[in-house]
Design a protein around this ligand. Structure first.
Ligand SMILES: Cc1ncc(COP(=O)(O)O)c(C=O)c1O
Length: 385
């Protein structure tokens, strides 16, 4: 059997990682400023994380949600505290898309309505409901097509209000990333988040904050939506939550009441996943990683803004987009193959930085030095005449 060939991959075999550094099978060191799509939050092979998972594996790795799993309660309590939403309720699952499915479904159970407002440029995952709220027709299969999605232009408050008025009593939820990741590191304005809050309140709709990529402390606040000073009804999370162990969740406002069988999963919330989730939060707290993300992120953003070749630097904390002119389309490849630095991409010519939250200033400087060299190499002109 061969692999189903859906990923354009780099010819690099990473076999080891320590903190923000990874090593290939030939012993070449790389600086990891991407964390495998924002997943590595506390650094590769963090000793506390490894120990906690190892210890748990020696006790029990898995049992289903038909028994008491005190680790789930422990995780819920810690997450409530670190995120500043003690009174919310936690439902555990396994991935970002699964968190989105559950959030949209729960919203619809809650108010009995069907339509969801989603934004242009949005990415929310690839499963059925998640892909239908995602703004990319190329990954929507005919079976995923639905009339239940109302698409509104990014950060457009008037269009949002109109969408509510045009779909009176039908809007179940509004879903929005605090910072669009795949969409090119676009920050949601505080005023659109506040507007969503007030319109959802007026129309009995559910405000779903997708924090799968921008959440979990990456921006210096636990959810990047927190910058707007309003609470969403449901927060989705995954990626950084398990530092590589597959775990996702939704944090649910106390106004939404559970009932038996409403949501469910076989693997979600298993012992090993909870141990991973707890280890991440413990390291985040102990090493003050949200503060580090804010400080090192602000430093990087300030320094990047000084490059005259850059069109725009967007983002918050350690979620940064560097928008480059087309002539610098080679930048990401050069960083990887000439300077051995992993970065991501969002749309053509936007470099995405999503490093571990404990990235050091020295590692940030190592990147800035390499970036200077990459930008000073002669740009490839698309039309030299
Ligand atoms: C904002 C956002 N939501 C949801 C998802 C889906 O997460 P997963 O790939 O874990 O299904 C992603 C993945 O990139 C994402 O960036």
């Amino acid at each position: 059997m061969k692999l189903f060939d859906v990923y354009p991959i780099n010819p690099i075999n990473i076999v080891k990682g320590v903190g923000s550094l990874v090593y290939d099978d030939k012993g070449q060191e790389y600086l990891d400023l991407y964390g495998g799509h924002a997943v590595i939050s506390i650094g590769h092979t963090n000793p506390h994380y490894v120990r906690r998972l190892e210890d748990q594996l020696h006790k029990i790795g898995f049992y289903s949600n038909s028994i008491e799993i005190p680790l789930q309660t422990e995780l819920a309590e810690k997450l409530g505290k670190v995120s500043g939403k003690d009174d919310y309720q936690l439902f555990l699952c396994n991935s970002g898309a699964e968190a989105i499915e559950n959030a949209l479904k729960l919203a619809s159970f809650y108010n009995g309505k069907k339509k969801t407002i989603a934004f242009t440029g949005a990415f929310h995952g690839r499963t059925s409901l998640a892909v239908s709220v995602t703004d990319n027709p190329k990954i929507v299969a005919p079976i995923n097509e639905t009339d239940n999605i109302v698409r509104v232009a990014w950060n457009d408050e008037a269009a949002l209000e109109k969408a509510f008025n045009d779909n009176k009593n039908q809007v179940s939820s509004v879903i929005i990333e605090g910072i669009q990741g795949v969409g090119g590191i676009q920050v949601a304005s505080n005023s659109i988040l506040q507007k969503i809050r007030s319109l959802c309140h007026t129309h009995n709709a559910v405000f779903i904050a997708d924090g799968v990529q921008c959440g979990y402390g990456r921006t210096g606040k636990f959810y990047s939506h927190d910058f707007a000073g309003v609470n969403a009804d449901i927060y989705t999370m995954a990626k950084g939550m398990g530092n590589g162990f597959p775990i996702g969740a939704i944090s649910i406002s106390p106004k939404i009441q559970p009932s038996y069988g409403m949501l469910g999963t076989t693997f979600g919330g298993n012992h090993l996943a909870c141990a991973a989730g707890l280890a991440v939060l413990e390291v985040m707290e102990q090493d003050n990683l949200m503060q580090n993300a804010a400080t090192v992120g602000a430093y990087l953003i300030d320094e990047l803004k000084k490059f005259k070749q850059v069109n725009e630097v967007r983002g918050r904390g350690l979620m940064i987009g560097i928008d480059l002119p087309a002539e610098y389309a080679h930048a990401k490849k050069d960083l990887l193959f000439k300077h051995h630095i992993f970065t991501g991409e969002a749309k053509p010519n936007v470099i995405r930085l999503l490093p571990a939250l404990n990235l050091t200033k020295a590692h940030a400087d190592r990147f800035l030095e390499a970036f200077t060299k990459v930008l000073s190499s002669a740009p490839v002109l698309s039309n030299p005449l």
